[in-house]
Design a protein around this ligand. Structure first.
Ligand code: 5GP
Length: 182
């Protein structure tokens, strides 16, 4: 699942977790500093730049991308083991990374979470109160570029209300499981 910064991916994922306890979540590695309340190993694996580069070199990442000055990547082992065990796993990642995953796992299901409008998106990023003005502006311009890449996704889900967005995603998961080709 991708979607611009501030669209509510984290909130939607937390809500989904409550509704679909069997769905496994991938915890990413990042060089970004933890936000207030974020825990290492829960929200992210917080790494130094050197540690992250080492993970990249050792081929420990399924995908990675640089996003607004920091690296983000998905630990490969956990995803592969989860899939081997027959479970569904959700990756909450930005667009460049999702396109890398699509090359490796074309059978994956790619969902793009959209804000009701760009004004609403900016209000949400500002309202979070965790980013400087320069970062907010940068995240907004990246958001516009990301929305332009939505055509590479299978589904577009508007996050107008958390419950509605969750229902749409749950429906997608159920429908995908019912596909004859699966
Ligand atoms: P944030 O700093 O707001 O937590 O995340 C910034 C962006 O990085 C979000 O769009 C988020 O989905 C994305 N992101 C988080 N983890 C990963 C990852 O493992 N790989 C990639 N490519 N993007 C990620």
């Amino acid at each position: 699942m991708s979607g611009p910064s501030g669209v509510g991916k984290g909130t939607v994922c937390t809500a989904l977790r409550g509704k679909l306890p069997e769905l496994v979540y991938s915890v990413s590695a990042t060089t970004r500093s933890p936000r207030l309340g974020e825990e290492d190993g829960v929200n992210y694996f917080f790494k130094s730049r050197e540690q992250f580069l080492e993970m990249m070199q050792n081929n420990e990442l399924l995908e990675y991308a640089e996003y607004v000055g920091n690296y983000y990547g998905t630990p490969r082992d956990f995803v592969e083991k989860t899939l081997e065990s027959g479970k569904d796993i959700i990756l909450e990642i930005e667009v460049q990374g999702a396109l890398q995953v699509k090359e490796k796992f074309p059978q994956g299901v790619f969902i793009f979470l959209l804000p009701p409008s760009l004004d609403e998106l900016k209000d949400r990023i500002v309202g979070r109160g965790t980013e400087s003005q320069a970062t907010i502006d940068h995240r907004m311009s990246v958001a516009v570029d990301e929305i332009g890449l939505m055509e590479h996704y299978d589904y577009a889900v508007v996050n107008d209300e958390i419950d509605c967005a969750c229902k749409r995603i749950e429906s997608i998961i159920v429908a995908e499981h019912c596909k004859v080709k699966r």
